[in-house]
Design a protein around this ligand. Structure first.
Ligand SMILES: [Zn+2]
Ligand SMILES: [Zn+2]
Length: 156
């Protein structure tokens, strides 16, 4: 099953040739601002597994915010849809793909909710959802197959 998606105007399309290593719901203030919403749904995946077609995305450098680390937003230059993010602090060449741009966003559910310290109070997480006030230790949360991919990114 390949996940596919694209921007609102259709100028950029993408296809994921592997499953994401992990799916985050991030409730940090940066993600709230950038998404204009309550949280961001992020599919963390190696860039080599994102096959993009159509227009080249435009890149916006976002200054360091709550996380203290800068990152780039890749968006459609025609319609402004944010498609994926690149966090320079993360090792290897990975992106956080914006889950709302999937053709079928129901195809993924968050593995973990992060930065719930700034979660909006009216939003209730599902019972049993894995959640952290800030970030977490990857080795304690990720499944073994994802950890193996993480190691291949050169993280030791
Ligand atoms: Zn577009
Ligand atoms: Zn965030």
């Amino acid at each position: 099953m390949a996940l596919e998606g694209g921007c609102a105007c259709g100028a950029i399309r993408y296809r994921l040739t592997a499953a994401p290593m992990i799916v985050h719901a991030c409730h940090c203030r940066d993600c709230q601002r950038l998404s204009g919403s309550a949280f961001a749904l992020n599919l963390w995946i190696e860039r080599q597994f994102v096959e993009a077609a159509g227009s080249e995305p435009v890149v916006f450098a976002v200054p360091p915010g709550g996380s203290g680390k800068p990152h780039d937003v890749f968006a459609c230059g025609k319609c402004g849809t944010h498609l994926w993010n690149k966090y320079h602090a993360a090792p290897g060449d990975t992106v956080l793909l914006c889950g709302g741009t999937l053709d079928d966003p129901t195809a993924v559910t968050p593995d973990v909710h992060i930065f719930t310290r700034s979660k909006l109070p009216w939003l209730q997480l599902p019972p049993g959802a894995r959640a952290f006030e800030t970030f977490y230790r990857i080795t304690e949360v990720w499944p073994p197959a994802s950890l193996e991919r993480w190691r291949q990114l050169g993280t030791g």
